[in-house]
Design a protein around this ligand. Structure first.
Ligand SMILES: Nc1ncnc2c1ncn2[C@@H]1O[C@H](COP(=O)(O)OP(=O)(O)OP(=O)(O)O)[C@@H](O)[C@H]1O
Ligand SMILES: [Mg+2]
Length: 457
């Protein structure tokens, strides 16, 4: 049928060509117009097909790119002529899309549909042709299906990126800063995180609620954002948890190095450049604020007048209020689906204003390795789920304070030949040493306390 129609189409095409030729001779221009109008009418009357032409400037740019994604996915499997584009910073940099004027076919509920990509005067059109009798189904259901499927394909193919703020290009004086991205390929997941299962489940549930919470936040009239404060000693998995969060949510990470942001204005500029579906991370927030404190002290020494100080605050550094504005003010106004994570080793060093509830919605403590955490690490590093030495390790973990980082280091085989038993024994040895050191320290503290009390008496 389509072949027959294609032949008829070429006859109509010839008539259109004739009309265009006649147009160039003024005496025949009226005939030319008639010929063109009637050929068009005849074509649409006779044609058993409908053609819809969608322009890239048709309004909803997102819908157009979703259709493109859907067609690219289909075309790379079916079309004979493809266009290849190379992407930066990806493992599979070649992206294939259908070439101009190449046709690909699709089917929906048994109906055949044909798509052609056409470029006219620098404008791209996606033309779809389908049998006239299915007009309602195609316009009401098929097009929605294509857009939704295209969005889902894009989400599946989305690669997580890690952004860091670095000095702007050409900025010798380091007065400007901009985001630079690399592909984020950290393998951490909640499955491989050494954490008590109940705590893990609670965090995962919280993240799922946030990710699916668009309507919920809108109903509450609150911006779609959530703040997490991760605190605990070094090596307890704070950074690893951020990586697991990004992989779980499929969000980009924006690692904000606050100490290299010169002032509030620069901070604002950076924040405006953050896309949605992102985790904004400020690691070691206590150190960033320390820096602010040190500047304050320095200024006190220089004995500046208060007005001068305020001006300096705006011009020379990121202030606590600038940061709070980012969390509550500007940040809230920037759209949604953003998570902010602060990490610190010292919870008590932080300004209460920064961590009050509502700003940091959830405080998560990451602490020394528990037995449940050890079992996860043993599975990760040795692929072992039970062993006769596990009981001994469980007892020792209760009596010591060893970080998951240290447990992992001891568990890791030192050579290809080293067996599980030897790795577990090394961990037991390290735990016993830590236990001894701990009891020695405690004894010394008790003695010191005794001496002190003795002196007081
Ligand atoms: N809870 C954990 N689960 C799994 N691995 C962990 C965990 N904690 C630490 N590790 C391991 O130890 C290494 C260091 O952990 P990580 O960098 O996440 O610690 P941190 O809490 O961010 O430390 P710091 O306070 O120094 O930044 C990681 O590469 C990881 O292999
Ligand atoms: Mg860290």
């Amino acid at each position: 049928m389509r072949t027959l129609w294609a032949q008829l189409g070429s006859i109509m095409g010839s008539l259109m060509f004739l009309s265009a030729m006649l147009k160039s001779f003024p005496p025949f221009s009226l005939i030319s117009d008639y010929l063109r109008v009637y050929t068009n009418r005849l074509t649409s009357r006779l044609s058993p097909y409908v053609r819809i032409s969608i322009s890239e400037y048709s309004g909803d740019r997102q819908a157009f790119s979703a259709i493109q994604t859907y067609l690219s996915d289909n075309s790379s499997r079916r079309a004979n002529r493809l266009k290849g584009n190379f992407l930066r910073n990806t493992q599979n940099p070649l992206v294939l899309t259908m070439d101009d004027d190449e046709e690909i076919s699709d089917a929906f509920h048994g109906i055949n549909i044909w798509w052609v990509s056409v470029v006219k005067s620098h404008e791209m059109f996606l033309n779809l042709t389908f049998p006239k009798c299915h007009r309602d189904l195609i316009t009401s259901q098929y097009l929605n299906h294509v857009i939704e499927e295209g969005k889902a394909i894009a989400a599946r193919k989305r690669k997580i990126k890690l952004y860091t703020n670095l000095p702007g290009r050409g900025s010798i004086l380091l007065t400007s800063t901009e985001w630079r991205d690399v592909l984020f390929e950290h393998p951490a997941s909640f499955d491989t995180l050494a954490l008590h299962p109940e705590k893990k489940e609670e965090i995962v549930k919280d993240l799922v609620k946030f990710k699916n919470g668009k309507d919920y936040y809108a109903k509450m009239g609150k911006p779609w954002k959530r703040g997490y404060l991760l605190y605990g000693p070094p090596g307890t998995g704070k950074s690893t948890m951020i990586a697991a969060m990004a992989n779980f949510l499929n969000y980009d990470i924006y690692d904000l190095e606050l100490t290299s942001v010169k002032n509030n204005m620069m901070l604002r500029k950076l924040l405006i450049g953050i896309e949605r579906k992102s985790i904004i991370v400020i690691e070691d927030i206590d150190c960033s604020l320390n820096l602010t404190e040190k500047r304050k002290e320095k200024k006190k020494k220089e004995k500046k007048k208060p007005e001068e100080e305020d001006q300096d605050d705006d011009n020379c550094k990121v202030t606590l209020s600038g940061l709070l504005n980012f969390i509550d003010g500007i940040w809230s106004a920037l759209g949604g689906e953003r998570i902010i994570v602060f990490t610190t080793n010292y919870l008590d060093k932080l300004d209460p204003a920064l961590i009050r509830r509502g700003r940091m919605d959830k405080h998560i403590e990451l602490s020394y390795c528990c037995y449940e955490g050890f079992k996860v690490l043993a599975k990760n590093y040795l692929d072992v789920e039970s062993h006769h030495l596990f009981g001994r390790i469980e007892g020792l973990l209760k009596e010591t304070e060893m970080t998951p980082a240290d447990v992992a280091e001891n568990l890791m085989p030192k050579s290809m030949e080293e067996d599980n038993e030897s790795c577990l024994k090394r961990l037991i040895e390290a735990l016993e040493m830590a236990k001894e050191a701990r009891s020695g320290k405690k004894k010394k503290e008790d003695e010191d306390e005794g001496n002190r009390q003795g002196q007081e008496i």
